[in-house]
Design a protein around this ligand. Sequence first.
Ligand SMILES: Cc1cc2nc3c(=O)[nH]c(=O)nc-3n(C[C@H](O)[C@H](O)[C@H](O)COP(=O)(O)OP(=O)(O)OC[C@H]3O[C@@H](n4cnc5c(N)ncnc54)[C@H](O)[C@@H]3O)c2cc1C
Length: 482
Amino acid sequence: MSKAPENAQRHLVWLRADLRITDNTALSAACSDRHAQVACVYTITPAQWQQHDVAGVRVDFELRHLRELKTALAALNIPLLILKVPDFSALPAALRQLVSAHDITAVFANRQYEVNEIARDNAVTDALTHTGVAFNLFHDQCVLPPGSVLTGDGRFYSVFTPFKRNWLARIDTTGLSLLPAPRARAACFSEGDPVPASVKGFASHVDADVAAQWWPAGEKATLQRLQSFCRQTLARYDETRNFPAQDGSSRLSPYLAIGALSPRQCLNAAFNFRAKNGNSNGIEQWISEIGWRDFYKHVMVGWPRVCRHQPFRLETASIPWRHDEADFQRWCEGRTGFPIVDAAMRQLQQTGWMHNRLRMIVAMFLTKDLFIDWRWGEKFFMQHLIDGDLSANNGGWQWSASTGNDAAPYFRIFNPLLQSQKFDPEGDFIRTYVPELANVHDRSIHAPGGSLFSTYPAPMTDRSGVKERVLQHFREIKGFAD
Ligand SMILES: Cc1cc2nc3c(=O)[nH]c(=O)nc-3n(C[C@H](O)[C@H](O)[C@H](O)COP(=O)(O)OP(=O)(O)OC[C@H]3O[C@@H](n4cnc5c(N)ncnc54)[C@H](O)[C@@H]3O)c2cc1C
């Protein structure tokens, strides 16, 4: 190992939702001075996490992943420091102290776009600037930075299709230039800190063996998943993606949420696959899903109110959503008597993840059939999802509740029975998660009714009045057009 020159710069990379070595803009920038000594820091802010409804399963995943990352960083002579403070408000002082204790000359981080995160970074910028240390922030979370894909008259897009057209036109589809992992450094100024096994108040609701099997941690496991998805599923993704009984989507969302993987790496893998194997609807569709991820982040920057529990379409704020605790509880526990809904909610309980088609079905069921406030569902999802992400989750919930931009029209209400018959035709998914129905092998599995199967609940609601009630409430909103 070579020695760092006496006057070497000392750089600190603050890792947040970008827990990876490859294609990490801030890390790469910090390492661009090859003589600089570089350390990373990860901050634990339990009270803030509580306020943001971060799921225990997600915290556990991050910590497992961080342990792997720490080892990989150590091989580059980049130590990982851990800083624990209650919440964001304590960070400016704590970081200033850390910076001065280690004589850090510059701090680097990738931007986050939620309102509290932006306010936090502004406060940290002020605190560090006072001590003469630059806080360098980079766009890294999206394929294209929010604000760079705008309508002809310079506004953020609120509709996906034109956004996607413009977004695609700006991406070099012959291949994105990914940033390589930095080279090993000379000796560093710190040994780093151990990664805690857990954080108090954030126990995972998912069994540890199930979590380790479903969600292996580490950058190597992440890239392996991306590669095997491309090899096995990508070309036919358009045909497989809607069937929860199949392994038909990438299941990369937890990795994208914590930044174990960048969306550019995803696109690059898809472009490379296309260059070798030719185009297909599957490839185009998957690229489009990565586009949705960017889209909702851009929307969050364009309309920050979505971070503040407000509907995108403000006129829907007057909708008298129900706040029925008992009905909500049945939905949470997967005891609604609608097998596809219950199987989905139990998948979330058991694995910390839910298939996209099912997220739409259960969200529609909660907001339309039960007419319960979408914010209750949004919160419950955040508290249980391993891939919990404010912009995607909020986008999904407001889509389902018809309060969002480019949302499902309020009169187009999913029928859980038809959805079940269409997307789980054999009932395989239901049988996996609803053991009470494990022996039902005919089409009655979609609507068992309750009487024949005593351990399985009867449907908690009669669907006959659903559409009328929803239409009535939405039509009462003055000037609401779909
Ligand atoms: C009510 C509701 C809540 C949701 N909450 C979240 C959430 O908290 N976090 C989250 O990452 N996704 C959320 N989604 C979007 C979507 O369901 C998941 O991203 C997807 O199921 C993840 O599975 P996958 O990785 O196999 O996706 P794939 O089908 O393989 O898609 C690849 C990637 O594209 C992105 N993506 C796909 N669909 C969407 C979408 N509709 N919106 C934004 N990004 C998308 C994800 O990063 C995903 O990993 C939500 C959707 C709904 C309807």
